[in-house]
Design a protein around this ligand. Structure first.
Ligand code: GAL
Length: 625
């Protein structure tokens, strides 16, 4: 499939006499996809049951007739005011107990069944009208589940739904009490309706209580999405997509993705660097106009996995945004680079958010491809350049990477609930391994935790997987390559308890984690004969297996049995490079030590060098297989 460009357009924001020219200009730039509709409920149905399709029909026709392919969004992220008046209890409730009010977006609670029914009703109406429209070539369901911290809702509906979900899972309150260890602080219940939500408690709730609430809520997101999927499937044969948002972890994206045809995500490299990265000030300064060289790639690889190979960037940052603490303008050429980088990782479509900057409302400070006065913003020219480059690139077939990392949403919830040390953040740990591999020139696959087979990969990393599951145990047993496990992997049961035989419970290794400690930023654990240290987290291990790296105090740091390694702590950058090099060399994988912001991505027939700095690269063409 030849990669294509798109843009996000809001016909309802502009007078109808602008649509034709906008559509033609999109084509002139080289754009072939246009996403519309995802926030337009108040215009489609201004009052309950009063449907106004004419404007949307005309928009579809105008855009479609110039040759644009339309992604139609279902508008369930923006229920209009009449809906909220009809169901005042559909509003989500924050952890602090405050009801989220109407006046922006994503104000609904995933557990509110009447609202779910309304969203399905709207998806059905749209499907009936546009499901077979020749111009509508794909659908987006809702918009960015979880954005603005909207996954978990502590509403009365969530409480009832949670109690019901627990009753189905545990069958009896006694079984739940046992599994949760509720005897601990006299937290035992004698019926499911005595179980509250894990917020507003005096100190921390039982960790399994919180984890189960994450699991329950994630299931509601999956069900909310699936309800619209089911409605649309009967009305259209076009692919169904959702646009996920960067570093949103509080529902299981793989499970939502299982019901869809294509995964997409919204890539705002500069916004993310300022808003979602814990990198230090010097790093942020260096990359403030370019973005973190690994952050986009990580999500590209993640969503390639969520979409089982099919994925897009639904929204690409085109210039300064409005929502981060600082909103610099991208350095010249970066919009082009971000687009090509996504394509290097296998994106089928990269779509710019948004076509024209709005001069009104919340996002008036957010740039578009066009300025408010209709003149081209710098990104428009960069999009045109990308289009020219794409005419010479036929397809960019992906291949399985030799190296993979397991990324698990439940582990993110578990270690959010029980960090044990302030700095223990699951995303950051996985990301450190990912960046370490990229700095050694690797292309990486990200795999879900229930992967049954690692295939003929050479190296698989399983850091901090909180509990084992049968599928991954099978994959580990049958794997011929090198495995790196730990720290903290297998350290809990599914019920969030310490396994009675002590972690990590890898039956073919002789390892016992006898004690764990978390470390202040100023105290780290040195390694004997290796540069670098372990930081943040350290496990005191006894083992009969080979100790490959010892701490300066003589304790096991990296342990090996056959081709399985176990790591006792969180490596700093230097230790990370040393450990990863050792593993990659053991598998004879080629290593390229990359400097600064230079990265490499290999697909089946191409090598892409992506330079977030200005490094000098001598390019050797990839040999055709
Ligand atoms: C995304 C969202 C868009 C727009 C954009 C601004 O999170 O999906 O609707 O708000 O951010 O950067």
């Amino acid at each position: 499939m030849k990669p294509e460009l798109g843009t996000c357009y809001y016909p309802e924001h502009w007078s109808q006499d602008m649509w034709q020219r906008d559509a033609e200009r999109m084509i002139e730039v080289g754009i072939s996809w246009v996403r519309i509709g995802e926030f337009a409920w108040s215009r489609i149905e201004p009052q309950e049951g009063k449907l106004e399709w004419e404007w949307l029909d005309k928009a579809v026709q105008t855009l479609g007739e110039v040759g644009l392919k339309i992604v139609m969004g279902t508008p369930s992220a923006t229920p209009p005011i009449w809906m909220v008046k009809k169901y005042p209890d559909m509003l989500a409730v924050g952890k602090d107990g405050h009801v989220k009010q109407f006046g922006s977006r994503r104000h609904y609670c995933f557990s509110h069944f009447e609202y779910r029914r309304e969203a399905v009703r709207m998806a059905t109406l749209m499907g009936e009208r546009y499901g077979h429209n020749t111009h509508v070539a794909a659908w987006q369901i809702d918009n960015e589940y979880g954005c603005h911290n909207t996954t978990l809702s502590y509403s009365p509906h969530a409480q009832m739904g949670f109690q019901d979900w627990l009753a189905q899972k545990y069958q009896s309150p006694q079984a739940l009490n046992r599994a949760w260890g509720n005897v601990f602080w006299s937290m035992e219940v004698s019926s499911f309706d005595e179980i509250g939500l894990p917020n507003l408690t005096v100190c921390e709730p039982n960790p399994i209580h919180e984890l189960e609430f994450f699991r329950y809520t994630s299931d509601q997101v999956v069900a909310f999405n699936l309800a619209q999927v089911k409605a649309l499937r009967t009305l259209t044969d076009r692919p169904l997509i959702h646009n996920y948002m960067g570093r949103i972890l509080d529902f299981d994206h793989y499970k939502v993705g299982d019901d869809l045809d294509i995964a997409s995500w919204d890539s705002y490299p500069l916004g993310f660097l300022e808003d979602r990265s814990e990198k230090d000030e010097a790093f942020k300064h260096t990359y403030s106009t370019k973005g973190d060289p690994d952050f986009q790639a990580f999500h590209h690889d993640l969503y390639r996995s969520v979409g089982k190979g099919r994925w897009w960037v639904m929204e690409q940052q085109p210039g300064p945004v409005n929502w981060a603490p600082y909103n610099p303008a991208p350095a010249e050429g970066m919009v082009k680079l971000w687009t090509l980088e996504a394509i290097a990782h296998g994106a089928e479509v990269v779509s710019y958010f948004r076509w024209r900057q709005a001069h009104f409302a919340q996002e008036q400070m957010h740039s578009g491809l066009l300025r408010v006065d209709d003149k081209a913003a710098p990104a428009l020219h960069e999009a045109e350049e990308v289009h020219k480059i794409l005419t010479d690139l036929d397809t960019n077939e992906q291949q399985q990477s030799d190296v993979a990392i397991i990324f698990d949403y439940e582990s993110a919830w578990a270690w959010h609930i029980q960090r044990q040390g302030k700095d223990f953040d699951y995303f950051n740990l996985i990301y450190d391994f990912y960046c370490g591999l990229r700095k050694l020139g690797q292309s990486i696959d990200i795999l879900p935790p229930n992967t049954e087979n690692f295939g003929d990969r050479k190296l698989v990393l399983i850091p901090a997987l909180f509990a084992w599951n049968n599928e991954i145990k099978t994959a580990m047993k049958n794997f011929n390559g090198t495995l790196l496990i730990g720290p903290r992997s297998g350290s809990k049961t599914k019920d969030f308890a310490i396994p009675s035989k002590l972690p990590p419970e890898i039956d073919y290794m002789d390892i016992t984690v006898e004690r764990v400690e978390t470390l202040r930023p100023s105290s780290t654990v040195g390694l004997k004969n290796y540069n670098g240290t372990l930081m943040r987290w350290f496990e005191h291990i006894t083992t009969l297996n080979e100790v490959v790296i010892e701490t300066t105090a003589g304790a096991p740091a990296l342990i090996k049995k056959g081709k399985t390694y176990y790591l006792a702590g969180w490596p700093d950058e230097m230790a990370m490079q040393n450990v990863l090099k050792l593993l990659l060399e053991g598998e004879n994988l080629s290593i390229q030590k990359l400097k600064g912001g230079l990265r490499l991505r290999e697909s089946k027939h191409h090598k892409f060098w992506i330079d977030y700095d200005t490094c000098q690269v001598k390019i050797e063409p990839k040999e055709k297989p």
